[in-house]
Design a protein around this ligand. Structure first.
Ligand code: MN
Length: 244
């Protein structure tokens, strides 16, 4: 009697810990994970929405003017979202995140590639700027920049040169490659280094929009002046947070 009771207690406790193969535990209910709500969500086309800047349109003055910020965010970025949502609905693009779509962009239409990239790049760009962000350079990100480029000045030279050489419209990037190395690269149009079509791939740490719509109202054709001013508002805290 005593023996049987003890045996029962041991068996019960092992079964509860989930480690005994022999005990007849109830199988988990698989239907719970595939609820009707989840099915509906999977069939709903991927839709994007315009994120807030997190600061006022005038917050980056005098380096980036309020009028440019307002048009860039409320018109240009908003248009990428409208056009992406239309294309995603028409092509029934569902059950994927934007990052997954971008990683396989060669499979999708130009509308998905250009507008999906347009949204991703701008959503990142707004976060990579901050009033007085340039003053936050230091610590972990400074060590990484110095180790990979020699100094902040040398990195800025290389990044600026890459941004200046981008013919027509596109972006300059600081990315972290799979091996951890930091690289400077550039992409045309609204492509980015997350895309399978990108020459250089990696995790985006910093991006600069060199489309004329990003600077023409204040700087006209002087892209170099825009880039020089932009360093004052680079959000180094954000770049450091993105560094793996
Ligand atoms: Mn732009």
């Amino acid at each position: 009697m005593q023996y049987h009771r003890r045996q029962f207690l041991i068996t019960t406790s092992i079964c509860l810990s989930g480690m005994a193969l022999g005990c007849r535990a109830k199988k988990p209910d698989q239907s719970v994970t595939i609820s009707p709500a989840a099915k509906v969500r999977d069939n709903t086309p991927l839709q994007l929405s315009l994120p807030d800047l997190g600061y006022d349109y005038a917050a980056l003055e005098p380096f980036i003017d309020a009028e440019t910020m307002k048009i860039h965010h409320s018109k240009h970025h908003a248009a990428y979202i409208t056009n992406f949502n239309k294309a995603a609905t028409e092509s029934n693009l569902a059950g994927l995140t934007l990052e997954q779509v971008l990683a396989n962009t060669a499979q999708y239409s130009a509308a998905i590639r250009n507008n999906g990239g347009g949204h991703y790049n701008h959503a990142a760009f707004w976060q990579m700027m901050h009033p007085n962000g340039g003053a936050a350079f230091g610590g972990k990100i400074a060590e990484a920049i110095n180790a990979n480029f020699g100094s902040l000045e040398k990195f800025q030279e290389k990044f600026t040169e890459t941004a200046m050489k981008r013919f027509g419209s596109g972006w300059a990037w600081l990315v972290q490659a799979k091996d951890g190395k930091l690289l400077v690269t550039s992409t045309p149009n609204q492509d980015n280094p997350l895309m399978d079509v990108s020459e250089v791939k990696g995790k985006i740490l910093l991006g600069l929009d060199v489309w004329e719509h990003a600077y023409y109202l204040k700087y006209q054709n002087k892209r170099a002046d825009y880039i020089k001013a932009w360093w004052n508002v680079v959000n180094w805290n954000k770049v450091a947070a993105l560094l793996a």
